[in-house]
Design a protein around this ligand. Sequence first.
Ligand code: ADP
Ligand code: MG
Length: 696
Amino acid sequence: MIQNLTKSVKYLKTVGPKRAEILGKLGIYTVYDLLTFFPRDYEDRRQYKKIAELKYGEVITISCKVEVSNLMSVGPKLKVFKSAVSDSTGVVYAVFYRKHSYKYDVFKKLKEDFRSGNRVILHGKVEKFRGVQELNVEEYELLTGNDADLIHTNRIVPLYPLTEGLTNRYLRTLIKSALPSYSRYFQEIVPEKYITGYNLISINDAVRQIHFPDSYESKEKARVKLVFDEFLLLQIAMEFSKRQLVEKNKGCSYQLKKHLLSPFRQNLGFDFTKSQKKVINEIFRDMQSRLPMNRLLLGDVGSGKTVVALSAILLAIENGYQTALMAPTEILAEQHYYTIKHFLKGLNVRTELLVGSTSAKNKKSIKQKLAEGEIDLIIGTHAIIEQKTEFKNLSLIVIDEQHRFGVIQRKILREKGFSPDVLVMTATPIPRTLALTLYGDLDVSVIEEMPPGRQPITTKYATERESYEFVKKEVSNGHQAYIVFPLVEESDKIELKAAVQESKRLSEKIFSDFAVGLLHGQLKGSEKEKIMIDFRNGKYDILITTTVIEIGIDVPNATVMVIEHSDRFGLATLHQLRGRIGRGKEHSVCFLLGELKTEEAKKRIEILVSTNDGFEIGREDLKMRGPGEFFGTQQHGLLDLKIGNLVTDGDIINKTKTCVQEIVNSDRFLSKPENHVLKSALQRQYGGRFGLPQIG
Ligand code: ADP
Ligand code: MG
């Protein structure tokens, strides 16, 4: 039974308390942990090379007989154990270099194993010593009986992630000896029909084959099965959490009345793109259903999410409800307020802005109007819902640029006793399958194309001089420019040119003929706003700034961006920053400055120079950093994946998603016998997480 697997590893032969502690560093406490500690890679040691064929520099495996062995010193600190070994084609020296300080035991064991006449399999690299070829042995195995029992050679050999005090040789031996007695206790969580339907191997075989595969094909089958199990559990946990969210009827309904939507579309001055139409349909369908909408709208910077959100907002208002649009910062909220007022000109939509810097008097009056239903659209920061703000009949909440908004805020909403429709928008370039898994409790819509007529942004890795010259030229032609610095204050630890000091130098020396503004995160909200508005209104030619402008700012006349120390920013940030230009009809250029000291920094610049596609950049970013860093560590449990890969296992993720739908649709509480094992696995693994309801 499963209890056998929860036994502590310290009871296994050769482990004991000291080794158990080291294993604990790898997260291995129980036998289950040990057997689900999967190899990070494999090495093919099935093919034996003939000694006569050995070539310098190759890593190979040979099967041979020991002729004579000898231990000698090759310097004050180094000893070498040297053994002449032979096969039918020739003789070669097998060598083990070890420090003098090595324990006596090591050499004693070598002497025993390499007695004349013993048969051994050696794996290592062909090197040269004083012109003579020798095999520097990495692993060896003594042949005593059956070849099939070999652990470290003569097979596809697993390589594990290690920690100090633990060798591959030890882990391999430990796992190999535990497998026969324990792998059979693994239970099948996947219902029989999917095992057959998707041609999966049994969990017991998978556990054995992932460690000691018979072939690369069987290793792959084992991996597929284990990834399948892992995502099946994860998705089902998410599904439960999602169903809990939408269980309640939202208690409001919408009809397409169009007395606002039609004039809005006519006023726009452009047509929606195909993609925008598609996502608007998805949103409207959700809104017209009985159940609350929980939808994530994904779209690259500049893809036109605002007008999509406005369409949803107008549908709600047409039906007499109130709506809220929330942004992560005051600047953004304010920017939305002005853009939206512009789009809604001539329509009778009562719109107000509510942010921290709104005067106390205005706040009071706005809150009162909200409670009385005299405001249709309130725009502000998250504080709107987190504080005590009362609405008469709020039915739709739109959250901009905040993909982290989620579980917690939605919980607050539910606790306030109502289930409004929620639309979350983000430009964080998350590949679709990943979004579906990561936000399994949200439905996902993607805007896949950019509005027509956009000039792609040219991105260059350049020198300060080249970029400043270009800035001067563009600004003289009436355009505007951003210069972005990574920090605000000079830090004595990292020597960076800080925005405050640099702006002085730039405005007084380099750009003395132009109007230069400075915007950074440590200014007061109202000051920031003033500078932003002034920049938009053309009062400044050049805005020196930090990453505070990363999201949302829309100044189509800005056509140049210079990013100083671009090596200090991550890919996603650089892409977001760059998205501030290229917003008008004019061709825009982004200059990346900075020393590229690391390979990673180089790679990042290469990617940015080669593409403007946010989703492609997102994929590269994920590849380079892994989901852990990409999303930050607080991302609920998803990063504990043992074998599945959110980025590359999209196919399996889709399959498990289908299974999960079918399983939960036909057995809401997993109470049927065939789902029994699945249910207990779910509770073991995710009980309490994702706000899972009790399903026991
Ligand atoms: P984001 O998705 O980054 O929030 P915005 O909503 O700010 O993008 O849109 C970027 C710009 O594109 C805005 O100036 C907006 O008015 C414009 N825009 C949006 N949709 C279209 C369209 N279908 N055709 C032309 N321009 C559009
Ligand atoms: Mg936006």
